[in-house]
Design a protein. Structure first.
Length: 477
């Protein structure tokens, strides 16, 4: 006998006299039909039990969530809903799941409830589909870069520098929190700490990735990043994964082309490789839509939305144009924005981003050339002296998906910007060296992986697209 996965058996064209399968019971109907799932696919395989010749105590143990081992014959299905099924010849319960205790019963559970049971939630169709998509998306990302001549670089997770300059970092320290060593003027003496300096979990691998771009040419990082911002929103995590390509001799338009091509590639990849999961999630969303008032319903289904992004150009709009559009927009004039747009130079809030993408352009938008003083120190200053070569890519339903820029490659300009922001040169001496020796135009961006998974799966809360979300006041599991 050979052990198969559900996926393998469902794609068998031939009848097989002897198959073996292990999985978890999804449902057991009429003391006869087991819907069995092993995670290999969204679909279950039906296993037909000969209940008349099966011990009653054994039948009682076939409950939702139980792990079982089945041997039998794969035949064409007699019933509707599946092509093949297994006629069970022997059945073992490997692990019981008592119905009075097992939380994941075959009924509709709220996502809040499932979040509290995140260790078991991938036993539901929705979460297993989301996580298979997450896995294949990350494979597609590596494949894209590998196929396009990029090298994968592992940037450090513990770092001494604040790449984004936002100061929202998690400290990494071995000092005694109750009684830390102090300097003469009473500050905590980090020279006595493990690394001999203050260190944190990284907010971005970009600065280190730049060093490799300036030697290996085309590189990317794809790893966890950490932000201690206290934003309890459906789009923020304290620990999330970021994809950051960095390319030497590439300018901002090249950066936009790369981001657009890359995103279209990974969306195409999952449409081709995860169709059943996407079909399931699309149906889930359609059902959810039916419960909403007409005005709030989406005009596109999940798969239509993915195809729309693949088939259409992203709109490229400068910050200055965007401000004009927003200033003259209906919600601004009718004072519907919480943060009204009055002057050039303000940072855009998510209400503004959503207006641009969802109401005005109705497609992904690349906003570029932002005011220098709302963006990080490393972005290249434009000749106007007040904007930088930044780009943000905004997606419908998500808002900011990508943040990137052409980097400031001129030593003197970079030093001036750092001085203006009180960033000590000693801290980033190695970063400045890149501008001293063989400097060149280079660019890159960061894509928030979970926001991409949200877009692809149609999930509306970022906590539902990462296995074990870390958010303020929450690090369970
Ligand atoms: O815009 P950000 O802060 O850009 C950077 O970190 C640059 N160093 C990237 C680069 O140029 N190499 O973050 C990039 C993306 C955002 O657009 C967003 O998608 C995601 O990371 N992101 C978050 N995702 C989940 N939770 C959070 N708290 C996030 N903060 C940023
Ligand atoms: Mg950003």
């Amino acid at each position: 006998m050979q052990l198969y996965s559900v996926l393998e058996l469902l794609h068998q064209d031939n009848k097989l006299p002897e198959v073996e399968i292990k999985g978890w019971v999804r449902t057991f109907r009429a003391n006869r039909f087991i819907a069995l799932n092993d995670g290999s696919t969204i679909n279950n395989i039906q296993c037909v039990v000969d209940f008349e010749n099966t011990d009653e105590t054994l039948l009682k143990r076939i409950t939702t969530g139980a792990a079982i081992h089945i041997k039998g014959e794969l035949v064409e299905s007699q019933g509707k809903g599946q092509n093949v099924e297994i006629i069970v010849s022997s059945l073992d319960v490997l692990g019981d799941a008592h119905p009075d205790e097992y939380p994941i019963q075959p009924k509709k559970h709220s996502f809040e409830f499932l979040r509290e049971n995140a260790h078991l939630r991938t036993r539901t169709s929705t979460f297993s589909a989301v996580m298979r998509l997450r896995s294949n998306l990350s494979f597609a990302i590596h494949k894209y870069f590998n196929d396009n001549g990029f090298y994968y670089m592992h940037t450090p997770i513990i770092t001494g520098s604040d790449a984004e300059g936002a100061g929202e970092m998690f400290r990494v320290s071995k000092l005694d929190a109750k009684n830390p060593p102090l300097t003469e003027n009473g500050a905590i003496d980090y020279s006595k700490d493990f690394f001999g300096k203050e260190t944190n979990l990284t907010v971005s691998g970009q600065l280190e990735a730049e060093t490799y771009a300036m030697s290996l040419g085309k590189v990317y990082t794809f790893g966890p990043t950490f932000r201690a911002e206290n934003s309890n929103t459906s789009r923020h995590l304290s620990e999330f994964w970021m994809i950051e390509p960095e390319v030497a001799f590439m300018d901002l338009p090249g950066n936009m082309d790369l981001a657009e091509d890359f995103m279209k590639y990974v969306l195409t990849y999952v449409l081709e490789h995860n169709r059943e999961d996407l079909d399931f999630l699309e149906q889930r969303l359609l059902n959810e839509e039916k419960t909403k008032p007409q005005a709030e319903r989406n005009d596109m289904s999940l798969i239509e939305k993915l195809n729309f992004v693949i088939e259409n150009n992203f709109m490229r709009v400068s910050y200055t144009e965007a401000i004009d559009i927003l200033r003259n927009s209906k919600p601004n004039k009718k004072k519907k924005f919480k943060y009204p747009i009055e002057e050039w130079g303000v940072d855009l809030q998510s209400e503004h981003e959503r207006f641009l993408v969802e109401k005005h352009f109705k497609c992904p938008v690349i906003l570029f050339d932002y005011p220098a003083n709302i963006k990080a120190f490393y972005m290249r200053l434009n000749d106007d002296g007040k904007t930088v070569r930044a780009m943000d890519i905004l997606f419908p339903g998500i808002g900011e998906m990508v943040g990137g820029s052409q980097r400031e490659e001129r030593l003197e300009v970079l030093k001036e910007k750092m001085a203006a922001l009180n960033i000590p040169e000693e801290e980033l001496w190695w970063y400045l060296d890149l501008r001293k020796y063989g400097t060149a135009v280079h660019s890159g961006f960061g894509l928030g992986f979970e926001r991409l998974v949200m877009f692809v799966t149609g999930m509306s809360n970022i906590r539902d697209v990462i296995p074990f979300p870390r958010t303020p006041q929450n690090a369970e599991f």
